[in-house]
Design a protein around this ligand. Sequence first.
Ligand SMILES: O=C(O)c1ccc(O)c(O)c1
Ligand SMILES: [Mg+2]
Length: 601
Amino acid sequence: MRTSIATVSLSGSLTEKLAAAARAGFDGVEIFENDLLASTLTPEDVRARCADLGLRIDLYQPLRDIEAVPEVEFARNLRRARHKFELMRRLGADTVLVCSSVSPHAVDDDALAAGQLSRLADAAREYGVRVAYEALAWGRHVSTYDHAWRIVETAGHPALGTCLDSFHMLSRGSEPEDLEGIAAIPGEKIFFLQLADAPLLAMDVLQWSRHYRCFPGQGGFDVAGLVRRVLATGYDGPLSLEVFNDVFRQAEAGPTAVDARRSLLLLQEAVGTAPLPGPVVPTGVAFAELVTPDAEPLAALLGALGFTRTARHRGKPVALWEQGEARILVNTGPAVRREGTQLAAIGLESPDPDGAARRAEALLAPVLPRRRAPQDAPLDAVAAPDGTELFFCATGRPELPDWRADFEDTGLPSERTDIRGIDHLALTQPWHHFDEAALFHRGVLGLDAQESVDVADPYGLMRSRAVTGADGSVRIALTVGAAPTDDTVHAQHIALATDDVVAAARRFRDAGGRPLPVPANYYDDLAARFEFADGELETYRDLGILYDRDAQGVFRHCYTRTVGRVFFELVQRDGGYRGYGAANAPVRLAAQHAVRALTGG
Ligand SMILES: O=C(O)c1ccc(O)c(O)c1
Ligand SMILES: [Mg+2]
């Protein structure tokens, strides 16, 4: 099917919007009137530009407050509309969107609305234009798709059809039976289909629509279910994204357009109109790779945590630190020197690395050049929206190239066994890529996205959303700060799984590690909320261990100081605890701010 995007969904000038839509692979655009009015391009220029870019102008919009008004007013509306039809002829656009009236002058008279829309369609036809009538959820008298369709049906005009918009249809708490009326609309009378999702918010529907729409798969609506119903009518026009969103209005158009197209590809996969290489869900974290200009502070930290530098890369300045199944690469290569210490790459253990890479590529993930010397194992890697490199790899599986083969052992003995593996990774997202990141990890990697939680930071609000494999073997916490990100505090982190956090924390401290200090008030509150065995709370207080509990079990965790943009967490999950200690995150963030204020960095 053809895909289209409304210019209102993207940031920038009309020129920038068109370029971004074309580059992301859309077939067409809906041109929003304001984007044209504010452009220095003539309609002929826009037409030529779209033709050069391979974009069709699928819709011009909107015409407002046209129908069901007194005759004098309708005559004025018709005059205004003729101007726009003439403009559309110059643009080469053949469909105009008319939204249901919000005017206080409009009357509740379907026969009048049908008659006037019919006369509008007569005029449109003179210019080779057809009219798509859409019910706004807040329309004065017409606010549902089936009402708009009844009016269109009554008019019975060949140049008048309806425009369906998933937001208006799904935002009104509609039940599945409310959508059954779609089947009664002949496909050829659906002139256009606009798609948007939205987070489930309890608020005024107009504000919700104008500020919080998002791309399908990023909110809480069953957009795919609606599209299936519309396709069953025989509708064969474009699937078009119309997303009014405050974040997308500010973010760079290029990445937003890619995010948008990925969303449509996933939607088409869900409704069966675009086969993609199937998802290959990762089964574990093979490694986490840190880049640093100075390996010494990281070496001290990893040493105190009980890691051993077991191997070094044969051709690059990369060391492998191991403990249990936790593997950390420390890369001091020249390419990374300017960046400071950060989490740059994740090795995902993949049942089919090649298949995983093919799906990622089909879903527009940038494929990274293989970073390999002649003897290296071929590793497929793509970039996540935040720039983190994701390697699809195999560890110790004879049938597949093993990334471990690129490393030679140091022969250093590994002694401690405090850490079992990597429990989760937390990645800070740029503020304008949060929804994109969740959709990417879900759609591209096949992980499940959990509920988003708000976390109070002393200097702003953070949001956090986990994406996980079905069995918990891969857990990634995506976080985003509301304010411009404080790099030091809103750092990425690697959470290490231990079966005995008290012992691990103690050995960390005995080995010279410095835990993040936790305020005494926190432990007073814990004493009020939970009952502890004698001495238990004192141990936690002494070691800076935080405590949480859910219906399933208990979570105990503590933090190291931050190096560059990275810190570590030791976590002990007991009894099937599923969360990430979000209840404790405000205390942790405040403690990190306090340390930073003291140390100045
Ligand atoms: O918010 C609006 O006014 C508006 C305009 C045009 C549309 O297609 C729509 O869905 C909403
Ligand atoms: Mg719409």
